[in-house]
Design a protein around this ligand. Structure first.
Ligand code: ZN
Length: 142
């Protein structure tokens, strides 16, 4: 991808989501100095290179996340006193899910997407009740 493509892609993402880092909430639009795009589902986990799989992050957060999952990195951001935008992550994952439903494929990304979406929704549920035991605690017999 050329530099120009990457730049306009970032602009589209900032327009879609607002000019802030998804992980720490800092404004990144000013001159686009510190802004970068980041894959929600990492490429190594089978995440597609679609705009639906990208969010804006500041360089610091992008560099520090490494290979952590969305949810564990979001938890870590919170323990650093930052404000990860969980509703945005849910919205992006839902849009990604829809595109996968339409286009098919992406087999490796699907389970990752579903488990991360479930955890994010759970973390947003203020009246969270214990996950019912029926399927969460059952493991296949060997
Ligand atoms: Zn950040």
């Amino acid at each position: 991808m050329s530099r120009a493509d990457r730049r306009s892609r970032l602009e589209l993402i900032l327009e879609r989501d607002g000019p802030t880092c998804v992980w720490c909430g800092r404004t990144v639009a000013e001159g686009l100095v510190a802004a970068t795009t980041e894959h929600v589902i990492p490429r190594v986990k089978g995440g597609p290179s679609w705009i639906e799989n990208e969010v804006a992050a500041c360089r610091r957060c992008n560099a520090r996340r490494g290979h952590r999952t969305l949810t564990s990195w979001a938890d870590e951001c919170e323990s650093n006193g930052w404000q990860p935008d969980r509703p945005r992550l849910v919205a992006v994952l839902e849009a990604l899910h829809e595109r996968i439903e339409v286009e098919g494929g992406q087999r490796r990304a699907r389970p990752y997407l579903q488990s991360q979406l479930r955890r994010l929704r759970y973390s947003l549920d203020e009246n969270r009740s214990p996950i019912s035991g029926s399927d969460s605690c059952r493991y296949p017999d060997r």
